[in-house]
Design a protein around this ligand. Structure first.
Ligand code: HXC
Length: 502
């Protein structure tokens, strides 16, 4: 059991911390008081060119080491923008590689605090080689130990690829940027004037590119968030995620839950209201909140055990699955699977978004990515169908057919190939046209179709739905099922790698 950081509450009596802090203060904030052990503080570079022989700052612009986060060992590096612009040369890279190696060898998470102008120009190809080594180690560590990146200042060039290879990226608002090439280079190449913030600010990467999983208000907020994320993750992929004491009874009834979901399946609602009431109190931490908001993903706990939540969001684009929401959910599922975090899916999905843009953008492959991620995962998978589960999206969203362990449905769930209006239009076009009152006939046929197919009955008769449950029992059932399937094992052939769609 670990002493977990609680959700961030605004504390009116305490003045806010300074927006920006030094590289060393950032590590002090990250680690439990007095637990930081520095490594390689005296390392210097060996470059002579460009007058660098006279500039050999000890530590070479990055502080590295290890310490405790909520009592657990974590490795970290923190780049120092005040030393050679935080730029990365050979020695700087070796220091980072050393903590990555130690983290993997000892099975502990790594936190990288990035604040760097990228490859150190004066060191030429040695700097590029340094980045290459880091990328290689990031990829080798991927899925072995959790890797978190905090972007707390400008990060350019090679300094952005390494974070992109890690599990979670946190950017601080208004003071961090990520771009492969800065505004000046953009102007030279494309003659385009793009302000820094617009090119690679936190908002852009949280909303448009999806590079940032989280946006923090300032440094201390970002670091607190990193501590909180770590509380859901195991030390490495060989051990279970940390359980915590749970003061929220696992058998708590969720009265009134169904009232949050409008009976009319065209009406929107915020699925997060359902999620927050089902999982352990205050345990839901949304990931990628501003990106592809038609699907909600996040870390939470059930009976004190970490789970990954995937929920269609009827409040945005009716919860339809499209290219970006499929990519977002697929990536999250793979992160959870890597770290043994069971998946809980809340399903209310009208299908995949149709249209030329989606097809031309590769919706087939991106939707298949989500399918692939669910099928590939070997963690326990629970799901609750709240309302709509239509067509391919029903299959994709953690159904029994893609390896779901438990599939529950609320009584008003609609599980069908498509909605009644579309189905009737296709099946009875001629009959409707020939009717004395085509509208009335269409309505009658829709009602008939709804009573036959728009319910969980047929799926439950086949065993595709394990149980139709009272919505108030959702938490209780999920907690029980989670314990029941905790030792799930997949028997499969060893393989080199699967071939995830483009
Ligand atoms: C050496 C650098 C540097 C770099 C900054 N500095 N970047 N030194 N190599 N890459 C130094 C500056 O010379 C300056 O030194 C000090 O750091 C602070 O820089 P400023 O420009 O004064 O700071 P600021 O205005 O805050 O701007 C920060 C910045 C900017 C946006 C990061 O410095 C910048 O654009 N740097 C270059 C970014 C870039 O294009 N990097 C890509 C490198 S190529 P003094 O001595 O004056 O204090 C790359 C490819 C790798 O990374 C590919 C791997 C596959």
């Amino acid at each position: 059991m670990s002493d977990l950081p609680r959700p961030r509450e605004p504390m009116a009596s305490i003045p806010p911390p300074p927006a920006e802090t030094s590289a060393r203060t950032r590590l002090e904030l990250l680690f439990d008081a007095g637990s930081f052990e520095e490594l390689d503080a005296t390392v210097v570079h060996r470059t002579e060119a460009f007058g660098m022989a006279k500039k050999r700052p000890p530590g070479d612009g990055v502080i590295t080491g290890l310490g405790k986060v909520c009592g657990r060992t974590v490795y970290a590096f923190s780049q120092d923008r005040t030393v050679l612009g935080g730029s990365l040369g050979e020695a700087h890279a070796h220091k980072i590689c050393k903590v990555l190696d130690m983290a993997v060898r000892n099975g502990s998470p790594v936190v990288g605090i990035c604040d760097s102008g990228g490859a150190r120009i004066q060191e030429g190809v040695d700097s590029l080689a340094g980045y290459g080594d880091i990328f290689f180690k990031n990829v080798r560590a991927s899925g072995v130990v959790p890797q978190l990146s905090l972007i707390l200042g400008p990060s350019a060039g090679g300094a952005v690829y390494s974070p992109a290879l890690t599990d979670f990226v946190i950017m601080s608002e208004g003071q961090s940027y990520m771009f492969l090439t800065g505004p000046k280079v953009v102007k030279t190449v494309t003659f385009e004037d793009v302000p820094t913030e617009e090119l690679g600010g936190a908002k852009v990467h949280a909303e448009k590119s999806g590079v940032a999983h989280f946006v923090a208000a300032h440094d201390a907020d970002a670091i607190e968030l990193a501590r909180r994320i770590l509380s859901y993750l195991p030390d490495n992929s060989q051990v279970a995620p940390p359980e915590s004491d749970c003061d929220d009874p696992p058998d708590r009834m969720c009265d009134g839950l169904d009232a949050l979901v409008p009976r009319d399946s065209q009406q929107p609602y915020d699925v997060r209201d359902i999620v927050k009431r089902v999982v352990d109190r205050d345990s839901f931490l949304e990931v990628h909140e501003a990106y592809a908001a038609n699907v909600v993903v996040g870390l939470a706990r059930l009976a004190g055990r970490p789970v990954g939540v995937i929920a269609n969001q009827p409040a945005v684009l009716a919860g339809v699955l499209d290219i970006n929401s499929s990519r977002k959910a697929a990536r999250f599922i793979r992160t959870c699977n890597a770290f043994r975090i069971p998946l809980v899916s809340f399903v209310d999905v009208p299908g995949f978004l149709p249209g030329r843009d989606q097809e031309h953008g590769g919706a087939i492959c991106h939707g298949a990515k989500l399918l692939y991620a669910y099928c590939e995962s070997s963690v326990p998978k629970l799901s609750v169908i709240l309302r709509k589960a239509y067509g391919g999206a029903y299959i994709v969203m953690s159904s029994k057919h893609v390896g779901g362990d438990a599939c529950l449905a609320w009584p008003n769930a609609e599980i069908a190939v498509m909605g009644a209006a579309g189905a009737v239009e296709i099946l009875y076009k001629r009959e409707i046209a020939a009717a004395a009152d085509p509208r009335a006939e269409a309505k009658r046929l829709q009602a008939e179709h709804e009573s036959l197919f728009l319910s969980p009955r047929q799926a439950a008769e086949r065993g595709f739905v394990d149980a139709i449950i009272d919505p108030a029992e959702t938490r209780r059932k999920l907690c029980r099922m989670l314990i029941a399937v905790q030792h799930r094992r997949d028997l499969s052939w060893p393989k080199r790698n699967g071939n995830i769609p483009l």
